[in-house]
Design a protein. Structure first.
Ligand SMILES: [Zn+2]
Length: 237
């Protein structure tokens, strides 16, 4: 058995037995993992664990880790950040729930990924403070960037079939891995001027979050199809 010191986001939790809590965490050091806090809900508990393990808190935790076990034991935890600006606003909470669902669908237990960790941190800080009308674009940026962090970045700088520079009419063709030119098309989803630039901001940058998008439904469809094609999962985005 190993004792781990983890920095982690609390994704969700369920009550277990008389007084325990099982919590799903996404940690910097180990990626996703499930932990149990024994007795956390007991009136006698002095650890404060029940409020520390509230979804969305960023915590520092001590975990007894055994690879053979599916659920690890959390023995100590402290809050680093509680994201109260998100918790006090329903729209920001919903945006966060979408981010967490995406993260859950696309990551596996015990697979740390530093890019995804940083992306998650930046995205939650952005959700805390972004103007309300930008929230859905922030969630889309997360969906695109987690695909890139997992190695599924689409080709957006040239035709993904004939390799020519892109001018004029273009299409997004998931099975080709990105955009294609008019000669290789028409196929996939037709793109307008500006769509390619938007896709580049969403998939290829890390710190820049877009404002409200002109044709959000189309961009969302591209990201979802791209994600489903490459991960072979049905994504309810
Ligand atoms: Zn081409």
């Amino acid at each position: 058995m190993e004792i781990l010191s983890l920095k982690a986001f609390v994704l969700r939790r369920i009550r277990y037995g008389e007084s325990s809590l099982i919590t799903s965490l996404f940690s910097e050091e180990r990626g996703k993992l499930s932990v149990i806090a024994k007795g956390a809900r007991s009136a006698k508990s002095k650890s404060g664990m029940a409020s520390i393990l509230e979804p969305l808190n960023l915590i520092e935790a001590e975990v007894y880790f055994k690879p053979s076990r599916e659920i690890q034991i959390i023995s100590k935890a402290d809050i680093i950040a509680d994201f109260s600006l998100i918790k006090s606003n329903l729209d920001r909470m919903e945006a966060t729930a979408k981010v967490f669902r995406t993260l859950d669908a696309l990551t596996h237990a015990d697979e740390p990924n530093q890019k995804i960790w940083l992306l998650l941190e930046k995205t939650l800080r952005e959700i805390s403070s972004a103007p309300m009308e930008n929230l859905s674009a922030v969630v889309l940026a997360f969906k695109a960037r987690i695909m890139s962090a997992l190695g599924y970045e689409p080709i957006l700088s040239r035709c993904s079939i004939c390799d020519c520079g892109i001018e004029g009419r273009t299409y997004f063709a998931v099975e080709s891995g990105g955009i294609i030119c008019a000669d290789c098309g028409p196929r996939g989803i037709p793109l307008e001027m500006g769509d390619v630039e938007t896709l580049r901001i969403l998939f290829e940058t890390e710190d820049l979050f877009p404002g409200k998008l002109a044709d959000e439904a189309k961009i969302a469809k591209i990201i979802r199809r791209h994600g489903e094609y490459h991960t072979d999962k049905k994504l309810d985005w």
